[in-house]
Design a protein around this ligand. Structure first.
Ligand code: HEC
Length: 167
């Protein structure tokens, strides 16, 4: 009996050490990210845990996306083929909105501006402005739909950049 407990304890301890080592060494992407019960920590800066999305907003956002955005960004958020290669006029084709694109690199505030004000005004792109067709709330719902489709890392990074940018 005594021996059994002794072994159990040892393996528990070595498991904890292994877990610690793994946590410290595995390079997380994007950034150097760890998550605990208190929040998301990227590059040493902690923000609160990722907010839950409201299912009704996601489905409303999906419908709006299909109506206003899917013709360019694809019905599966896949973007245009060769979206990284500039067109003859130097502008870029519509990028994907899923993990493979870089929408999740930007904060909510920036994404709202891209959708409502369009790419031309902001950086000479051809993304149309939607401020005459969508409200801020509707744009936010479309973004919620994107968020619901991103992976955990992408979602956490976008949450983190949104919170830290507002500080
Ligand atoms: C007529 C085609 C077209 C439509 C419709 C369209 N987009 Fe775009 N969008 C683009 C193009 C082209 C770009 C890349 C160039 C640019 O940013 O101006 C882009 C870029 C974007 C970006 C920036 C992505 C990044 O990684 O920086 C976001 C976000 C975006 N679109 C969201 C939307 C949403 C949401 C809708 C629907 C409300 C929509 N787009 C409708 C063509 C379109």
């Amino acid at each position: 009996m005594k021996r059994f407990f002794g072994r159990l304890k040892l393996s528990t301890i070595s498991f904890s050490i292994l877990a610690l080592l793994l946590n410290a060494c595995v390079p997380d992407s994007p950034g150097n990210k760890t998550v605990n019960n208190n929040g998301v920590i990227i590059n040493g800066t902690e923000v609160p845990p990722v907010a839950d999305l409201i299912p009704e907003n996601i489905s409303e956002g999906e419908q709006l996306y299909m109506e206003y955005c899917a013709s360019c960004h694809g019905i599966n958020l896949e973007g245009a083929l060769n979206w990284k290669i500039p067109l003859e006029d130097g502008t870029l084709p519509p990028p994907p909105q899923d993990n493979s694109g870089h929408t999740w690199h930007h904060s909510d505030a920036i994404l709202q501006r891209i959708v409502l004000e369009g790419g031309a005004k902001l950086y000479g792109g051809t993304m149309p402005a939607f401020d005459d067709q969508l409200t801020q709330e509707q744009a936010a719902m479309i973004l919620d739909y994107f968020k619901s489709q991103w992976g955990k890392d992408e979602r956490e990074y976008q949450w983190w950049i949104t919170v830290t940018e507002n500080k």
